[in-house]
Ligand binder design. Sequence first.
Ligand code: IMP
Length: 421
Amino acid sequence: MSATIVVGVQWGDEGKGKIVDMLAQSSHVVVRYSGGNNAGHSIMNEYGDFVLHLIPAGIFNSETHCFIERGVVIHPPSLVDEMRSLEKRHVSLRKLKINPCAHMVMPWHLLEDKGNEADGTIGTTLRGIGPCYQDKAGRWRALRIGDLLNKESFLHMLQEAYIQKKAEIWGRFPQNGNEFPNFESIRDSYMDAREILLPYVADTTMLIHRYMDAGKQILMEGAQGTLLDVDYGTYPYVTSSNTTSMAAVMLTGISPKDIERVIGVTKAYVTRVGRGPFPTEMNEADHWHIQNIGREFGATTGRPRRCGWLDLPLLAYAARVNHLTEIALTKLDILGTLQVVATCMSYGSKRHMLGALDIQNLEQAQPFYTSNVGWGNLEGIRFRDQLPEQALKYVRRIEDYVKVPVRYISIGGRREETISL
Ligand code: IMP
């Protein structure tokens, strides 16, 4: 019995969806453990091109169970839309299950997110994620998937929450108060979602324990990235959940002793959406090139992503806090199309280990770079020894610095465009 965690080690959008889709073929269960539909996991496989927001990327393998665990926050109408669009494209949801302890994102959370973001403070995805986690921790008028089980008590809870949240939102954001939907429309949309979601509700934690005991392979799918973790990231420019490998252990109930592999997914460069420090942000010309060749636009919001050079001190920090056993390096083909490729080796003349306090102060960081020439787009390459010397040098530089082996290199969106080392 063993478990593998796939975790993003940058600011999200590293390409986790593709890696999970690939590894799901040999996994009994794929578990999504945190975040909400702020995530957008892009996948290209024999079914077509997809962006998943809540459903685990293992769903394309008909033999793999897919669980949405308790740490995820679910906007029921969005989940239903995602399920319908998969079914329309002949993807079976037979093995999907939802933990009843997962909290529901409610329409008022979207309004709160909008109100908080009126001046673009964090640059959130406006999916109501922060306010939902806030209510979860506050234990006040929060609603969970399991509350849908009893229709009468759910309607009562919904009404109470509606009255109190409406008053609260009017008080805090009078400019958005009149956007508050009427009770009947919320009730109807959540009751419709209830009908569809109830058959999928199950004690997924118990099932995970059972599968572990039976020696099955479990894969845990992270969302967002380490630097967006509310405790380990670039606070306050972070999301509202824990995104690291430790969160996978806590939120799935798996024993830390059973974690065999922790795969950190990193792009060969770095991107970030939303506000916050970004020491290795590229100059305009390189940024424009990478953004366009790499199609660096948010999978959830369509926002252009900020692009920067690979930041090895940050990657080493992420490797440490996630206890990575290996790295999956994505978009090496995109980076190689630049004539000169820079890599951040330190902040300051001496290499030092970044601590949590440095992460909070990245705004002052002065990156020091080393450069090499680009290696082209890597078309048709399938094995490590076919890689051009400059690309290999880049990979070795990462391994030497971070002290974690690069196990996969992704050079395109499709499963087969992956080199396993
Ligand atoms: P929130 O999670 O919508 O509250 O957004 C908080 C911050 O996390 C913002 O900077 C978002 O752009 C960022 N963020 C949230 N989810 C993702 C993701 O899946 N990829 C990249 N950035 C994300």
